[in-house]
Design a protein around this ligand. Sequence first.
Ligand code: XMP
Length: 517
Amino acid sequence: MSDPSEQKILILDFGSQYTQLIARRVREASVYSEIVDTMIPAVEIAAQNVAGIILSGGPASVHEEDAPGCDPAIFDLGIPILGICYGLQWATSHLGGTVKRSGSREYGQATLTVKKPDNPLFAEVPETSKVWMSHADEVVEAAPGFEVVASSDSVPFAAVCNPERRIWGVQFHPEVVHTPHGTQIIHNFARTICGCPGDWTAARFVEIATRKVRETVGADQVILGLSGGVDSSVAAALIHRAIGDQLHCVYVDNGVMRHKESDQLREIFAKHLKMNIQMVDAGKAFLDRLAGVSEPEQKRKIIGSYFVEVFREAAASVPNARFLAQGTTYPDVIESSGIGKHADNIKSHHNVGGLPAELGFDELVEPLRMLFKDEVRAIGEELGLPREMVWRQPFPGPGLAVRILGEVTPDRVALLQKADYIVLEEMKSANWYYKVWQSFAVLLPVQTVGVMGDCRTYENAVALRVVQSNDGMTADWVQLPHELLGRISTRIINEVRGINRVVYDITSKPPGTIEWE
Ligand code: XMP
């Protein structure tokens, strides 16, 4: 969905853990941004509508033999450039300044003093402010033509500028929240220095994206696998806005969905949005295949491969379906593109979406592929999807199967569905549901002794898992109010026959994972 005519700021990624944050901050200034490989040729940049270039930070040192760099001709394009941390160091050493090698690291907040308050990069930034430093090497002599714009106590060249060539560099990280005026600095670069009008809004995105979907699809039919998650739901709503009944959604009930999930989706998409949606109830067939299986990876494989089979069959009933639509988002694209190869450790996790290639479609429609999650949500709201759809918590593809430890049987699914629904209701009514990343119950493969009334019980235990996270890669357990924990526990034990014990999981990730499997 990227369009060469779209005005944008390019971010050349030297592997900083903050590169995606830079892109998000630029977009928060209502300017479209894209992350690209550092070796993009300058001619390729010149061929696009690029209003500015940001060189990201990164873990390397310019003194290393294979230190990453970029096409030096970018400095002659006449496009404003901002180097951040390693980006500044690389630009400085390339343009004739000196970068001192350092074995130690400066890490943490520092006080920045602006020396040239009329420099446009620091408009509306106080003369002194806190900034976040995270670097080893440091500029000790600016390149010819550069002047010092701001300094900190220990870093004289904290911000430099070559006004004539329109190149800026900062040693600190304006993109992180620990630099309170960083958003303003990025806004100044994108809007004032690069002259972008700031017209990158949800409404405009919807207008452009629907037009592109119509152009791509023409008169053909499109199939989309609706999971009930935010990404596939927003993609469906957007594509439906573009092509109406040419979109055919397939929803597969795999027998391990949450209580009322299928009804809710039918209500929103079929009744309310009037979309074509084929609801395949394959619950029994999935559960038959899961019978006797306790090993988590095997459960995942069974669900994954049977899903493909069921989906294929459903899709085959739609004549002339040439396109498969997916809710792929920008972090998925970045992860699988190999951009970020300069990063120290390449992360991988199973939240990267996408149906396998064996589904047999020639062409994909992925209207969200350049968007971050918060932007996907903004588009969902723009399209009028209900709040509970747009802001719902992530839910794993293999559903409750990864939250039922041991064998997945129809009875155990029913038990967990009931307990899970109570957690959901209580979290919502206490206004905690939207404040946390995930909150759910896990059915354990143990039975424990209890007393109910005058009777001894020997029933199942559930664990309650409530975590806070930004992206699922790391997570903290949430200190829920004790009254709420107590209410959830009492309700589950009173209302779900077969569960007599509730425990709270106080493990963060790492070392734990979010799902128990
Ligand atoms: P873990 O358990 O690895 O989970 O800490 C991290 C995040 O990923 C979600 N998750 C999945 N999402 N398909 C998905 O789309 C899956 O198979 C899957 N497994 C785990 C999990 O809920 C958490 O948010």
